[in-house]
Design a protein around this ligand. Structure first.
Ligand SMILES: *Cc1c(COP(=O)(O)O)cnc(C)c1O
Length: 241
């Protein structure tokens, strides 16, 4: 428990320093604790450290943990994983945000199935920013069309873009990819869009500083908050392919 809070504190400090280095207000950068492959005890410990935004990738795993954590009613749940059609109802019901939208069919179902007692589901379009084969996400050229389609849906609200760049240890290369996503959001904003396109969901444990320097407003951090994931089958961000 104690160790996990120390890790959370360290990540929060990294966020703040990266923001300062980029002349940005740290308050405009949200930290999502990516808790896939982590147990309920781990999540409780991070919650006790003050964390309220949590991200999950696998619906079944997420629902089980949400059930056990339901007393912590001010957790805001973010869906980060691939969204299959047969999962849309549960995602629309049990999450505040979905970051990984990349098809109109899914968007339409989420809007139709969002319970009317809840505010609109907040969504990001996932962009395959390095044009990787087999990676989830739309290409930049498809972005405008999908954004326009989403705008017409009543119960989901487009907030911005999400990407998982190709693996790289080269900060320049990482930065180029993040800059591309930032530019893509800027281009979307020049259209006549509904709602605030204020979200750049990018940056994970290894590259959060670079992402923040490129304008990230939400970073999704798992390993550096929780330590290694307990279930290796759920291990990698690449699973979102
Ligand atoms: C797992 C995951 C993360 C967190 O990755 P870490 O490297 O553990 O920080 C972020 N985003 C998505 C979409 C993920 O699947």
């Amino acid at each position: 428990m104690y160790k996990i809070n120390e890790k959370l504190t360290r990540v929060t400090a990294r966020l703040r320093i990266a923001a300062q280095n980029a002349n940005r207000n740290p308050e405009e950068i949200a930290l999502i604790a990516a808790s896939k492959g982590q147990g309920v005890a781990q999540i409780k410990a991070v919650y006790a450290g003050g964390q309220r935004l949590f991200g999950e990738n696998y619906l079944q795993e997420a629902l089980e943990k949400q059930g056990q954590l339901h007393a912590l009613s001010d957790i805001q749940w973010h869906f980060l994983g691939p969204i299959q059609s047969n999962k849309t109802r549960a995602i629309a019901t049990h999450f505040a945000w979905a970051h990984s939208l990349d098809r109109y069919k899914i968007a339409k179902r989420l809007s139709e199935q969002r319970p009317h007692t809840l505010p609109p589901l907040q969504v990001c379009i996932q962009v395959n920013i390095d044009d990787e084969i087999n990676k989830a996400g739309v290409s930049c050229s498809e972005l405008d069309t999908l954004a326009t389609q989403i705008d017409a849906l009543p119960n989901i609200q487009l907030r911005g873009l999400m990407a998982i760049p190709a693996k790289s240890n080269n900060a320049e290369q990482q930065k180029t990819a993040f800059n591309r996503l930032a530019l893509a959001l800027k281009m979307l904003r020049t259209g006549t869009r509904q709602g605030p396109l204020d979200t750049l969901s990018m940056g994970m444990s290894k590259d959060l500083e670079v992402a923040i320097s490129a304008g990230a407003t939400m970073i999704r951090v798992g390993t550096d908050i929780f330590g290694p994931r307990l279930t290796p089958s759920n291990a990698q961000p690449e699973d979102t392919q």
